[in-house]
Structures are given as C-alpha cells and as structure tokens.
Design a protein. Structure first.
Length: 338
C-alpha cells in the first residue's frame, strides 16, 4: 500500500441527509441509495493540493451504470438520547484507550498497527492539506491545526479577506493507508451551525477512477447526531480517467446517544470483508453491508473540520458558527486478521 504524500489527493465532501436504504430501526424508514451529483449535499471530489475541483467537474460519472437498489441488509441500533452528563474539559472528559496496556488478543480480530497520542504534531504521520472543493466554504490551512497538552485541535476560523471561501479549516491525512481493520479515536466534535467535523476513511488518488469512502461526520447544528456514511463506485472502474467517477452513497443521520460537542468520546470504525460497523463508546450504531464486495481499496485516515454550503444538511452558517474547533486525544489503527 502506497503512503500518501502532499500531491494530487482528495477526500470526503458534503452529503445529502437521508435515511439509508440498507438500514432498519424503529424510527427510520428505508429509502433508496443515492448517487451524488453536483448540487448541494452531493459528494465533491477534492482536487490536487492547492487546486479545487468545480462542482460541475465533480458531477461527471465516467462509465457509471445504473443498478437496482439492493435489499436491506443493515442493522442499525439507536443509542438513545443524551443525558447531558458530559462536561467540557481536556482532562476529566478524556476517554482512555480501551486497548492501552493490553495485548492484541483483546482487540478481537484486530491487531494494533500504529497509534498517535498527539504529544507532538508528527508531520511524517500526517499531511495538512491546503485546497478546497465545491460545497466547502473553507480553505484548508496548515495554520489551523495545533497540538498542546496531548490534544490535537483542528479549528474553523473566519477568513474575511476571501469572499469565495470565507473560512479556514483543516484536513489532515494519514501517511499510511488501511485495507480492512479498525480505527479508534477519542474525539470531541465541533459545535456550530453549518460546521462539519469528522473521522473519515478515503481512497485518495486523484482523479478518482474508483471510489471507496467511510465517514463519521458530525453536523454542528445538533450536539448529539452525526452522519454515518459508506460510499463506493458501482460502475466499472475507469483506468486512466481524467475526471473522477461519482460514487453511490448510503448516508444515515443518527442519534449518538451522547453530547459529541462538550466531551471526548471514543468513535470506532471496524471494516472487514463482511461489513463496516460504527461505534460510539462501544455501542454499535450501524453495520453496513450493501456493496461491501466493492469496499476493497486502501484508504487514508482523515481528520477534518470545514464549513458546508448546504444549510439543509448541516444547518445555515451564522456569525456564531466560527471560530470553533474539534479535538482529538488519541487515535489507534488496527490491521484486520482473518
């Protein structure tokens, strides 16, 4: 698997809010899977570092085919509502790593590959991006990520000198990729209407002639809900494409059962050939299996904060939306062992 460097890469964009077609719960009605377009709420491929892809370019679906929606095969559990007991603190509210001091067997079918406690900002492990893309009103900046007291802070700040992208945000990409495994992170997501902060796995060559993506994206207009999404390209991969293909996405906005903005919680993504499972503090929120046979590509890990142009999805941007920030206490990455 090829490490990621500071050249032509891209990552996850805004998505349309919808109940997923492959999930079931007591309060979620099935709906069809979605194929992205260039409109608000659709995925927007990233361009090379420093260069944006226009929404018109991102809508090209090279070689795509229309497939029928698969039968529902996902199990979703509602974690319930927040009890309001979380506190805003960089020490008392931290979530200790469940695997700290234990052997690999305690992680089940996953073996620890690497970790970062963010005692320093290790730029050999992470690359800070400096571009933007359609649907994102923030320009990514190397100045908006900082480490202090063992905490990584990624910030969204006003950028009034730029009318097209009036905010500065962050996209950090891991140098290493993962193909099946587990990513666990202790995070506090950002507060603010229109603000999106997330833990994302993404297949990043640009242009993207194929597509794999797994997202936990917190929508800052609601303290206890986030979007869990999986995206794949269901058409025939296009070798040597000049325009990125358009994925089929399967988003679910769900109640986390915790206040994600005032305290640290552990967010886990477990990805195996059988499915993708999302957890918060050990509670299963969703298992996705639709098109899992197409989720096979090496993916980088992204830590992000940005401003969405889609008020219907993330809420309207208002004066109080920024400055704001998300924080990461630690991250652990595991390889899957069959």
């Amino acid at each position: 698997m090829r490490p990621v460097h500071l050249f032509a890469l891209f990552s996850a964009g805004p998505f349309l809010v919808a109940a997923c077609g492959s999930s079931s719960s007591s309060n979620q009605a099935p709906s069809s899977l979605q194929t992205g377009d260039a409109g608000a709420g659709a995925p927007h491929p990233r361009g090379p570092d420093g260069g944006a892809i226009s929404s018109q370019d991102s809508s090209s679906e090279a070689g795509s085919t229309s497939l029928p929606m698969p039968e529902a095969s996902t199990v979703v559990s509602d974690a319930g509502s927040s009890d309001g007991s979380q506190t805003s603190s960089q020490d008392a509210s931290r979530v200790p790593s469940a695997e700290a001091g234990t052997d690999a067997a305690d992680a089940g079918p996953f073996v620890l590959s690497w970790e970062d406690d963010f005692n320093t900002l290790d730029l050999s492990a992470w690359q800070l991006q400096t571009f933007t893309y359609g649907g994102n009103l923030a320009q990514f900046s190397t100045q908006n990520a900082a480490v202090a007291n063992g905490i990584l802070t990624i910030s969204l700040t006003p950028n009034p000198s730029d009318t097209a992208e009036p905010y500065l945000g962050v996209e950090m990409r891991s140098s290493r990729t993962i193909t099946y495994g587990k990513v666990a992170a202790s995070m506090r997501f950002a507060k603010g209407s229109g603000v999106v902060s997330g833990l994302v796995l993404f297949y990043t060559p640009y242009p993207n002639c194929n597509w794999n993506e797994i997202d936990i994206e917190h929508l800052g207009d609601s303290s206890n809900s986030s979007q869990l999404n999986c995206q794949v390209y269901v058409g025939t991969p296009v070798p040597n494409c000049t325009t990125s293909v358009t994925p089929t996405q399967d988003p679910l906005v769900t109640n986390l059962g915790v206040d994600a903005e005032t305290g640290f919680h552990e967010y886990d993504i477990e990805w195996t050939p059988a499915g993708v499972s999302f957890f918060v503090d050990g509670t299963l929120l969703r298992t996705w299996t639709t098109y899992i046979d197409l989720m096979t590509l090496p993916q980088t890990i992204l830590l992000t904060i940005w401003a969405s142009s889609s008020a219907a999805w993330a809420g309207p941007l208002v004066a109080s939306s920024a400055p704001t920030s998300a924080e990461v206490d630690w991250i652990k990455v595991y390889d899957w062992q069959p």
